[in-house]
Design a protein around this ligand. Structure first.
Ligand code: HAM
Length: 427
């Protein structure tokens, strides 16, 4: 059996990589306008970091982590980026350097989920985290930035769901309200939900089991229980979203699957493109207790992450971009070294050049130049080398001329400069 990539983990082939680069570049450019700087953390962290921050009774920690032991240490491939970012923030005492840190990351994440369209075991996230801003206006700015970014990427039919799950006091009130609601219906819940109920009844609200969904449909809304401070935060968020004209829907059932959230929660989904059922493009929220919980100071935080594979499924197709370039077709042993030297001269001047090294017929070399989308082809045969000239074919203009070696580099540069770059992408 030939080797295959691990199930749920994908290669990104050269034909697809242009769309990835376009997506990543747009993300970097947009978040830089808001003052975010890149943070790179290791892909592997201590297992306990995720257990403590994401929460024991979550799907991610219970069944999706890639955990292994080395040198008697339990390590885990990061299932998400927030815990590592907060760990780095605390470890490097960033609060002493700047009162507000705006950080972003792009990279692979790992969750042992059941693979399907839009859901993979190695997938990629681009995420933003802000430390030191307690909101709610920064929360609205972040949601607005995310929506603008997705729109700029050409993704339509967006649905922005927001909710508040309050601070610790609100959540304790809500926990009791949920226990009171679920306990009399315990028998109607899945076994898994029954086991989780005492640990964290909030998790029952995002259960995928039809029995739990049916019971949870009638559960009380947390928005009824917000403390005055949480209510003020929630009202401020909505006022700011209205001022930004960012459309949103209040979804009191939105709890998200990670235990670290406080107050603001949001998720953006879409029905565009080939998304299918895995249509959550991005999600995030406030996690004011994490930095303190990891041994750092009292620093509020908020963030989100977007799934790059899902964005690519939702984005419209764009034309691959190609810099105008020159293809060298040497014929015979004497021509090849001359072609190598000429190609290098072009590259030194910033132009892409490729030399066909296969030693095949002119016809086959021209076919390859065409397939690659070359603008110019320089044909060097034995008689040309003898006469110190080259045949320059303009594939776009369908013309051919003979150019002496002495003028060749200059002529090629001029022609390439004048050719219309096809670098602009279709929106
Ligand atoms: P999350 O909702 O678990 O949040 O993941 C964010 C996004 O990553 C999802 O909306 C989805 O697009 C993508 N995603 C998640 N799992 C998969 C998968 N198995 N395959 C493909 N894409 C996937 C977080 O990870 C939080 N760390 C977000 C955050 C940042 N909250 C605060 N700061």
């Amino acid at each position: 059996m030939p080797f295959r990539a691990v199930k749920g983990m994908n290669d990104v082939l050269p034909e697809e990589v242009g769309r990835w680069q376009h997506l990543e570049a747009t993300f970097r450019e947009t978040v830089a306008l808001y003052g975010y700087q890149e943070l790179r953390t290791p892909i592997v962290e201590e297992t306990q970091l995720f257990v403590r921050s994401i929460g024991e009774a979550t799907d991610v920690v219970e069944k999706e982590m890639y955990t292994f032991e080395r040198h008697r240490e339990s390590l885990t491939l990061r299932p998400e980026g927030t815990a590592g970012a907060a760990r780095a923030y605390v470890e490097h005492a960033r609060q002493a350097k700047e009162p507000v840190s705006r950080l972003y990351y792009i990279g692979p994440m790992f969750r042992a989920e059941r693979p399907q369209r839009g859901r993979y075991r190695q997938f990629h996230q681009a995420g933003c985290e802000v430390y030191g801003d307690k909101g709610p206006y920064g929360d609205a700015e972040m949601i607005g930035m995310l929506v603008d970014l997705l729109t700029q990427l050409g993704i339509g039919d967006l649905r922005v769901a927001v909710n508040s799950i309050g601070g610790a006091e609100t959540r304790e009130l809500y926990r009791l309200a949920l226990l009171e609601y679920f306990m009399p219906q315990l028998a109607a819940l899945s076994d898994h939900a029954q086991a989780r109920l005492q640990i964290n009844p909030l998790r029952l609200l995002d259960s995928k089991d039809p029995r739990d969904i049916a019971v949870a449909a009638g559960a009380p809304s947390i928005l009824e229980l917000l403390t005055p401070e949480d209510q003020e935060h929630w009202d401020g968020l909505r006022r700011a979203l209205d001022a930004l004209k960012t459309p949103y829907t209040v979804e009191p059932g939105l709890v998200r699957g990670l235990d670290y959230y406080t107050r603001t929660l949001f998720e953006v989904s879409s029905t565009a493109g080939d998304l299918g059922s895995q249509n959550a493009l991005a999600g995030g929220g406030r996690y004011d207790a994490m930095v303190r919980g990891l041994g750092g100071p009292e620093v509020p935080a908020i963030g989100f992450a977007m799934g790059l594979e899902r964005l690519l499924l939702a984005m419209p197709d764009s034309k691959p971009s190609m810099a105008p370039f020159c293809f060298f077709a040497p014929l015979g042993a004497a021509a090849a070294p001359t072609a190598l030297a000429l190609a290098r001269e072009l590259r030194e001047r910033g132009f892409r050049a490729e030399v066909d090294g296969r030693g095949t017929s002119l016809k086959s070399q021209l076919r390859r130049a065409d397939a690659l989308g070359a603008r110019l082809v320089v044909v060097l045969g034995e008689s040309e080398i003898e006469r110190q000239v080259a045949q320059v074919k303009d594939l776009a203009g369908h013309s051919q001329r003979e150019v002496p070696f002495g003028q060749l580099a200059e002529e090629l540069v001029m022609s390439l400069q004048s050719s219309v770059p096809s670098a602009e992408r279709a929106p």
